[in-house]
Design a protein around this ligand. Structure first.
Ligand SMILES: NC(=O)c1ccc[n+]([C@@H]2O[C@H](COP(=O)([O-])OP(=O)(O)OC[C@H]3O[C@@H](n4cnc5c(N)ncnc54)[C@H](OP(=O)(O)O)[C@@H]3O)[C@@H](O)[C@H]2O)c1
Length: 246
């Protein structure tokens, strides 16, 4: 073993095998782990990774988001959305977040330049155009969203469907705009471990904040899953081996 010493605190992801609802988990040294920065408490260390390990490859790799570009993020209050807002601002983009009334202040506080309440306005009918539209919750299809794209603009969605796979192929060959989906959990462990390190250090330096909907004890895992499945959480749900607050 070369990368870690006994007693090191690490943070990371169990990857597509899941299986992290346990007191002990084995991961290979070259797995999706990195040293946890001392300035991050464990709950924050996992919360910052949850959405960001998805949002980062979407924005950086699939969209090649650049400073000065404009991006609309639909579902800006979820785990992926809150991460996308913060990372897009980190990359220097001009960010519009779409969320419900209850989450407007949260999304604004994360750095969004503009927030749109989807319960009050249809964001596809406001006449604005963007370099990138990121549907973090898969609620607005490419067909519905494409009028929001500048020529050469990119639509991204996290949620797989037959239409998005078809549009991805069609727009790659013929499109003035592009439609894309990515499967971020299937990336190589080495690339994901580098992202774990990047995100953790961004958070430890105060440039990325964890958004935690609620922390549950491991005994409450079923309730935690029910909250996740509600589709209404703000940011991430965290499971801890201790009673929250201990
Ligand atoms: N492709 C990939 O590699 C990949 C990786 C990870 C996750 N995913 C997928 O990404 C999706 C998002 O994950 P997540 O964890 O970020 O979801 P999440 O946290 O459960 O999203 C919940 C948030 O979405 C908002 N929301 C619900 N309906 C909405 C609507 N119609 N318009 C705008 N916002 C709405 C909710 O706020 P309100 O209820 O207040 O609106 C809530 O804050 C999931 O479907 C997940 O399976 C894909």
């Amino acid at each position: 073993m070369t990368k870690f010493r006994v007693g090191d605190q690490v943070t990371g992801s169990a990857g597509p095998t899941f299986g992290a609802h346990a007191e002990y988990v084995t991961v290979p040294e070259n797995g999706i782990i990195a040293l946890k920065p001392a300035g991050l408490v464990p709950t924050d260390a996992v919360a910052v990774l949850d959405g960001a390990l998805t949002a980062l490859p979407f924005l950086r790799d699939a969209a090649s988001l650049k400073s000065g570009q404009s991006i609309l993020i639909n579902g800006a209050s979820g785990a992926v959305g809150t991460a996308a807002v913060q990372l897009a601002k980190h990359f220097g983009a001009v960010v519009t977040g779409v969320c419900s009334t209850a989450n407007l202040d949260l999304v604004k506080s994360l750095g969004a330049d503009t927030v749109i309440d989807y319960t009050a306005q249809d964001f596809t009918e406001l006449g604005q155009v963007y370099d990138v539209v990121f549907d973090a919750v898969g609620k607005s299809s490419y067909i519905r969203s494409r009028k929001l794209l500048k020529p050469g603009g990119i639509y991204l969605t996290t949620v797989p469907s037959l239409p998005i796979l078809m549009w991805m192929l069609v727009t790659r060959i013929f499109g003035k705009t592009r439609a894309k989906i990515a499967f971020t959990g299937l990336r190589r462990a080495k690339a994901m471990a580098l992202d774990v390190k990047f995100i953790s250090h961004l958070a430890a330096s105060g440039h990325y904040v964890p958004v935690i909907d609620r922390t549950y004890n491991l005994k409450e895992a079923a309730s935690a899953h029910a909250r996740v499945q509600s589709g209404r959480k703000k940011g991430s749900v965290v499971l801890t081996l201790h009673d929250p607050g201990e």
